[in-house]
Design a protein around this ligand. Structure first.
Ligand code: SAM
Length: 219
């Protein structure tokens, strides 16, 4: 089972590739101090984000779900030359923490923050597009809507990355009792299957613990 990386293997990867430096650790400390939930991407996925952005040479990038800036810093570290990350966050408190994180990381000049609901904010930045990459990591029920936006606003060759797409281990389950979780799982399944089945995309799900869906727009 490819997603069941043992703890020892996982520790080996972390010890060897050292995905988290003091700047990223500080982001988590900042969140803890401010009672912001510690729901940032896991450390290896942060490194995956940097690498994916670097490999794709993406310049105009969008993130939905800033939180305290952990993934934003990782994305910014993958930006080469004159790129920009538009990052969207609903909660002002999270955006304020992220602002400090970006300053401390020395990446503020690469980032434009937008505060408000994802769908509205995406509409408001459309004129800056088309975009090279989008990282989707906000409210799970809206993933299908964010995907529709990405279909219309990414360049051919553009990259879509979605976090938590194994739905915390529930993605394949048919009868989920908790109705809220069920709605999230249904939305995440729609997100994955649309990307898997559309001729406009070539897609996969990287079996990191959380499941990281990665797709490229091919037409
Ligand atoms: N990408 C972040 C990281 O790895 O550091 C983690 C993002 S966290 C999982 C999800 C974030 O999305 C939260 O900060 C939450 O406030 C925000 N959020 C929730 N609903 C949203 C919405 N409708 N529009 C924009 N942001 C939203």
């Amino acid at each position: 089972a490819f997603s069941q990386t043992s703890e020892k293997i996982s520790n080996y990867a972390i010890d060897t590739f050292k995905p988290e430096d003091s700047i990223l650790k500080e982001v988590k400390d900042r969140s803890a101090k401010l009672n912001i939930p510690l729901i940032q991407v896991n450390n290896m996925d942060g490194l995956h984000l940097e690498l994916l952005i670097r490999i794709s040479k993406a310049k105009k990038i969008v993130e939905v779900g800033t939180l305290a800036g952990y993934s934003g810093i990782c994305i910014a570290r993958g930006i080469q030359n004159d790129g920009i990350l538009h990052t969207i966050e609903l909660e002002q408190k999270h955006a304020d923490a992220a602002k400090e994180s970006f300053q401390k990381a020395g990446v503020s000049h690469l980032i434009k923050q937008h505060v408000g609901p994802g769908i509205e904010m995406l509409k408001s930045i459309e004129k800056e597009g088309p975009f090279d990459a989008i990282f989707i990591d906000a409210d799970k029920v809206s993933y299908p809507k964010y995907l529709t936006w990405a279909e219309d606003n990414l360049k051919v060759g553009g990259l879509i990355i979605g976090d938590n797409t194994f739905a915390w281990g529930n993605i394949y389950k048919e009868n989920i009792e908790d109705p809220e979780l069920n709605t999230k799982v249904i939305a995440l399944r729609e997100f994955n299957s649309r990307l898997a089945n559309s001729s406009k995309f070539r897609s996969t799900i990287l079996p990191t613990g959380e499941g990281l869906t990665v797709a490229i727009k091919v037409s």
